[in-house]
Write a protein that binds this ligand. Structure first.
Ligand SMILES: Cc1ncc(COP(=O)(O)O)c(C=O)c1O
Length: 364
């Protein structure tokens, strides 16, 4: 099986056909024409100033509450490095994004995974954990179309979490790169927008709405925290990439970003639907909920399927999945995450057929 023939449900990245390459080329030309000095200079660690201002306006905050970073994973890393010391308690969802889980583990944090329900984190379980005496530095929450489970945190739980954070004095880290990729339903207000006690730090990204290669993400939070992180960022790299931030800025102010969001949302909504149909047809023992947005579909397989064995068997058949175990400190042996973002509609059924064939082979 050659690399060209691999069907990848592993990558949480948009396929090339839904990236607005021409729009980005035009945005780059406009950026070099309008601000050659600003975009070719070092700049400072808070990021390209016009983009910082655009992000601040989008979130209704002051620019000194924003730092623009090389992708939101870097924003996550800055926040974790600033706040979390070895032995500190932190709360994450169960399952949660594998890279942030790994970052927190590498920092020596004591990670408490709290069950994720179809309407978001189990707030009662979190409350019990807090009442038992655990005092987390932060709770990492992916509120919309969660990675990896695809679920969305309800409005009521958003309010509950804000109240718990104020009562027990922990920070809510609202990690929200998927919010704009919506297939149906209305957007819920972010926790950042409802924060009256400076308990929320919010991250987002242009990876899922524009493309990952620009590596532009950001953090919004209390000005003092952003300032402290900006000082550390200066020491680390002086400034993030001004050229791509200036391109993203032009892409945003022209309104191209709205078209890009519409393109990606329409395509991914269709792919999610086709993936659901293919799973029902070829893997009837699988249980899953079709997400209302985002990039991922989480699949629970029968207990007889061990994903440690399924992963290599599926690779041999030419299909990549992500093992459920990657998203837990302990668990996920019978689950997998399927990203429907990097596959085109015509690859989906064949990809699912290959997974089913790998399952059959393991069973026999
Ligand atoms: C929840 C979450 N946070 C952060 C990231 C990192 O994204 P970026 O490309 O902006 O670094 C991802 C990417 O998949 C993600 O799912």
């Amino acid at each position: 099986m050659t690399a060209e023939q691999l069907i990848s449900f592993a990558r949480g990245a948009p396929s090339l056909d839904i990236i607005d390459v021409q729009g980005l080329k035009d945005a780059a030309a406009r950026a070099f024409d309008t601000d050659p000095a600003g975009m070719t200079a070092y700049g400072t660690s808070v990021g390209y100033v016009p983009l910082r201002k655009w992000i601040a306006e989008k979130h209704g905050v002051s620019p000194d509450q924003v730092i623009v970073t090389n992708g939101s994973l870097q924003a996550d890393a800055f926040l974790f490095n600033h706040l979390v010391k070895p032995g500190d308690d932190v709360v994450v969802e169960s399952p949660t994004y594998d890279r942030t889980l790994l970052s927190l583990q590498n920092l020596g944090a004591k990670v408490h995974q709290v069950t994720l329900e179809p309407d978001g984190i189990d707030v009662a379980e979190l409350r019990e954990l807090l009442e038992s005496g655990v005092r987390p530095k932060l709770a990492h929450i992916i509120p919309n179309y969660q990675n990896p489970a695809g679920v969305t945190l309800s409005a009521e739980k958003r309010r509950d979490l804000l109240a718990l954070a104020a009562q027990y004095e922990f920070l809510i880290f609202e990690d929200d790169p998927y919010v704009d990729i919506r297939f149906r339903g209305d957007a819920l207000p972010s926790m950042l927008s409802q924060d009256t006690g400076n308990v929320v730090v919010h991250a987002s990204s242009f990876t899922k709405t524009v493309c990952p290669g620009v590596r532009v993400g950001y953090l919004v939070g209390p000005a003092a925290l952003i300032d402290a992180i900006a000082k550390k960022a200066t020491n680390l790299y002086i400034s993030p990439g001004m050229v791509s931030e200036a391109i993203v800025h032009q892409f945003c102010v022209s309104g191209d970003i709205d078209r890009s969001i519409a393109t990606v949302s329409k395509a991914l909504g269709e792919r999610a639907r086709v993936l659901g149909e293919a799973l029902r047809k070829h893997i009837p023992g699988a249980t899953f909920t079709e997400p209302d947005g985002g990039y991922f579909l989480w699949v629970d397989l029968p207990d007889s399927v061990d994903v440690d064995r399924l992963f290599p068997a599926a690779m041999k058949k030419g299909v990549a999945i992500v093992k459920g175990t990657d998203f837990f400190t302990d668990g996920g042996r019978h689950s997998m995450r399927l990203a429907f973002s990097a596959v085109t509609v015509d690859q989906i059924e064949e990809g699912v057929r290959r997974i089913a064939a790998a399952m059959d082979e393991l069973a026999s």
